[in-house]
Design a protein. Structure first.
Ligand code: C2E
Ligand code: MG
Ligand code: MG
Ligand code: MG
Length: 292
């Protein structure tokens, strides 16, 4: 009897596993088609200077709505693309789309200073990456300081030598480099110091339990000090409340990104958001820039 139960159990799990594998293959094929037919699109989340409220830049985030399957989150399709070898295509597509959008903003006089693009750690293994980034930048005609590349800690953990070479080449072109999701990957601090990064993004998970005193507050304070003392701009991501914003200001966090200011927006909504802000007309000299 017990043996039978085991066997049924085994069959149940293997059927479940087959179904999941089939789902993954279905989804992987749909993603391939979405890339090919340009069905992905970007949304842009504002990054705001903590002290002045000025717009510092936007992060480009990929979105995918499949006609049959509906909206699929990047938390699902980015790891899938990493498994199925499609992540480089997504990276290059994101870069092209973001640079093109920046060129349009510049032509239209829309004041978005920088666009940040996420590049997977896996993509950093390809020695052609810096050259391809350079080509895409050149095609768009935007100045390199208008583009920032976000990489995650896993790039420096799994693949430090190659990542080091790539980051040097990217920075040498004048493009910004940001360490994304910092504080979750246990990367070495000496590697962090040696990479030519100009920005550090504190992972969103630190915003849980971020209170005036306590351990999370101590860690966030320390990360901000490390980043700033290495000459980096420190960005907090996932900021949702006024209380979090106030605390981050007190401990000299430079830039804030999160739902408190805005969710990621499509181009039209971003432009509406920009027009709604009193700040956008204040980019003349002696404007809000020096205000407390
Ligand atoms: P990420 O680069 O760390 O991006 C920040 C994520 O946090 C975004 O999720 C954003 O929507 C979300 N977020 C921002 N503010 C808040 C907040 O206040 N509260 C909460 N709860 N969440 C907030 P999203 O858009 O779902 O993207 C998830 C991840 O997928 C990104 O994390 C990034 O690692 C990856 N990803 C997105 N687009 C691309 C892409 O084009 N290429 C690559 N390689 N990865 C991408
Ligand atoms: Mg990012
Ligand atoms: Mg992040
Ligand atoms: Mg994150």
């Amino acid at each position: 009897q017990a043996k039978n139960a085991d066997r049924n159990c085994y069959r149940f799990f293997s059927e479940e596993m087959n179904r999941q594998a089939a789902d993954q293959i279905l989804l992987a094929n749909a993603l391939k088609e979405a890339i090919r037919t340009d069905q992905l699109y970007l949304v842009y989340q504002p990054q705001v200077h903590a002290a002045t409220g000025r717009l510092e830049g936007v992060e480009a985030l990929a979105r995918w709505t499949d006609p049959a399957l509906g909206m699929i989150s990047p938390g699902r399709f980015i790891p899938l693309a990493e498994e199925t070898g499609q992540i480089e295509a997504i990276g290059l597509w994101s870069l092209r789309a973001a640079c093109r959008q920046m060129a349009l903003w510049m032509q239209a006089g829309v004041d978005v200073p920088v666009v940040s693009v996420n590049i997977s750690a896996l993509h950093f293994r390809n020695p052609d990456l810096p050259r391809l980034i350079g080509e895409i930048l050149h095609e768009s005609g935007i100045p390199p300081r208008r583009l920032t590349i976000e990489l995650t800690e896993s790039a420096m953990i799994e693949n430090y030598e190659q990542t080091f070479i790539a980051t040097q080449a990217i920075r040498a072109m004048g493009i910004g480099l940001s360490m994304d999701d910092f504080g979750t990957g246990f990367s070495s601090l000496s590697n962090l110091a040696n990479l030519p990064l100009n920005e550090l993004k504190i992972d969103r998970s630190f915003m849980d339990g971020f209170e005036p005193t306590g351990k999370v507050h101590s860690v966030v304070t320390a990360i901000i000090r490390i980043g700033r003392s290495l000459g980096m701009t420190v960005v907090a991501e996932g900021v949702e409340t006024q209380a979090q914003l106030d605390l981050l200001r007190q401990i000299n966090c430079d830039v804030i990104q999160g739902y408190f200011f805005s969710r990621p927006l499509d181009v039209q909504d971003l432009e509406a958001w920009l027009n709604m802000r009193p700040d956008t007309e204040c980019s003349r000299p002696s404007s809000q820039h020096d205000a407390a």
